[in-house]
Design a protein around this ligand. Structure first.
Ligand code: GLN
Length: 529
């Protein structure tokens, strides 16, 4: 008989942003290391249809899946921890479900029925869980926000009913709570966590396990108290203080009572093979004698979440190159040569809108003139093209995104994109192939002449200006298979000046850094001498 599929629900209490995403991803990594076929899904109760139009300053990076869904950054954690590629099925937002429901209502599909949050929205949530979990042994579902939020109620009701339908023994509920430390009385306070558990129970869910996030190491008395007042067995309460690296969490889970709970629940009693995570942690904490300074020319200064995949890709490349890494935040709005001089390499990440763009163009120009290792990601390619065209004498060269009437539109809007600016889900999104020029640096780095990368852009290089761009020092080293879109450029006079119209950072993994980031690291080390 086929084994019954298992579902793990991860909810949160007290406050958001305490690491539910990392917890869900780590549980997934552990189960995968035990041999399970794991799938994972994020449910976000807010009313946006996708994450495409959300401000990265508030919400962090917009992660793009291979099929072009614009999602929450937690999907990036999932991909990095589970080393899988997700799709739009793995992200569910109220906004999308509601807009589909309302379209169905308008199309008469409800046959005269009153359309309601319960049962109609809850049913469509359950359907999305079934679809996302299809084919896996264990499906993990993280519910965004905190239990008790108005907009999240339908999701909590949906998973409660789901467990009733699928059999409670096939569903595991894990509640992640935060326990603050009160400096004045020098004690951990469990009351907010107790209240959060009461809230969850009030919705009909008694969790099987509670993960207690704390800033510092807490004593057993905290778990005893939560166990007593929360009605959860003490061995299933895991105290999770801040750690030096999040990649340690799958390793820590194994040492905790949660491992037994997960083993009993899934029937997988074997020891997990976590050697790749041990390797990542070892590399990450090993003391390096040398450090490279990589300048990240950014608009959202110091906001790591807004560039999380880029920062993770840089870190991963550094660990695998046995070198220390210092990410130096360079403010794109105020950047000058002085900032560029102080680093061993420059990265210009993706971005939208004109704020800070001149600083990014200046960064590309400096790298081009001074043979400083450069990696341009999406907008980072476009500013490099502008810099080289200006260097070749086209003083007014620009992208029509930033200067709609510029004389030399070396970057311009793609066919079919005009008029769609500021609208959702309309960019060129997801995986697209590129063919690389024989003998180019990128062909060498990828060790292949055909590559696939994820995209998220509306503008492209205007090939009419290729002679000037070449005169300024840049060659096209990769295009779409039909040659119509520029996908990669490089500067043959520089040791490592590479830019892509894509977002390779989304495919980098802690266990398997992306070749373009590894190449940058190698070049920076060489440059440093
Ligand atoms: N704003 C540019 C475009 O839409 C670059 C986008 C990006 O960097 N992701 O083409």
């Amino acid at each position: 008989m086929k084994k019954k599929q298992k579902y793990i629900f991860v909810t949160g209490g007290v406050l958001s942003g305490v690491g539910k995403g990392i917890t869900a991803a780590s549980i997934g990594a552990l189960l995968k290391a035990k041999g399970a076929n794991v799938s994972i899904q994020k449910c976000d109760p807010y009313l946006n249809v996708d994450a495409g139009l959300l401000n990265p300053a508030e919400h962090g990076e917009c992660f793009v899946t291979k099929d072009g869904a614009e999602t929450d950054l937690d999907l990036g954690h999932y991909e990095r921890f589970l080393d899988i590629e997700l799709t739009r099925k793995n992200t569910t937002l109220s906004g999308r479900l509601l807009s589909e429901m309302i379209a169905d209502e308008r199309a008469g599909k409800f046959c005269g029925k009153t359309v309601q949050l319960v049962p109609h929205l809850t049913q469509s949530i359950q359907k999305s869980i079934l679809e996302a979990g299809e084919g896996s042994d264990v499906h993990i579902v993280e519910i965004g926000g905190t239990v008790g939020d108005y907009e999240g109620l339908s999701f909590i009701e949906a998973i409660r009913e789901f467990a009733q339908k699928m059999g409670r023994q096939n569903c595991l509920f894990i509640h992640v709570v935060y326990v603050p430390f009160l400096g004045t009385s020098k004690e951990f306070k469990t009351k907010p966590a107790q209240n959060a558990l009461n809230d969850l129970r009030g919705f009909g869910i008694v969790p099987d396990s509670v993960i207690v996030r704390t800033e510092e190491v807490a004593s057993d008395s905290v778990s005893k108290k939560i166990s007593l007042f929360g009605g959860v067995a003490e061995e299933n309460i895991l105290l999770m203080p801040n750690v030096d690296t999040v990649f340690r969490i799958p390793l820590n889970l194994v040492k905790s009572g949660i491992h037994k709970l997960l083993s009993d629940f899934t029937g997988l009693h074997n020891e997990p093979d976590l050697s790749s995570w041990e390797d990542v942690v070892r590399r990450q904490i090993s003391v390096q004698t040398q450090t490279v300074r990589v300048g990240l020319v950014a608009k959202y200064m110091g906001n790591e979440d807004a560039y999380i995949s880029v920062v993770q890709a840089l870190k991963s490349a550094a660990w695998h190159s046995n070198i220390g890494l210092e990410v130096v935040w360079i403010n794109a709005e105020t950047a000058t040569e002085n900032d560029f001089k102080k680093v061993n390499a420059l990265v210009v990440p993706g971005g939208f809108g004109s704020r800070g763009v001149e600083g990014k163009i200046a960064a590309a120009r400096y790298a081009l003139d001074n043979n400083l290792p450069y990696l341009g990601l999406c907008l980072g390619l476009q500013v490099a093209v502008i810099a080289s065209a200006r260097k070749a004498g086209l003083k007014d060269a620009n992208s029509t995104e930033f200067s709609s009437k510029c004389k030399y539109d070396v970057v311009y809007i793609m066919d079919g994109q005009a008029g769609k600016e500021s609208t959702g889900g309309t960019l060129r999104l997801g995986d697209y192939p590129a063919k690389l020029v024989k003998g180019s640096l990128v062909e060498n780095i990828y060790n292949s002449s055909n590559v696939i990368e994820r995209h998220r852009h509306r503008y492209e290089v205007n090939q009419k200006f290729l002679p000037e761009i070449k005169k300024g020092g840049l060659l096209v080293s990769g295009t779409s298979p039909d040659g119509k879109l520029v996908e990669f450029i490089e500067a043959p006079e520089c040791d490592y000046f590479v830019a892509t119209q894509a977002h390779p950072e989304f495919r980098s993994r802690p266990t398997r850094p992306h070749p373009l980031f590894l190449g940058l690291m190698k070049a920076s080390i060489a440059k440093k001498g």
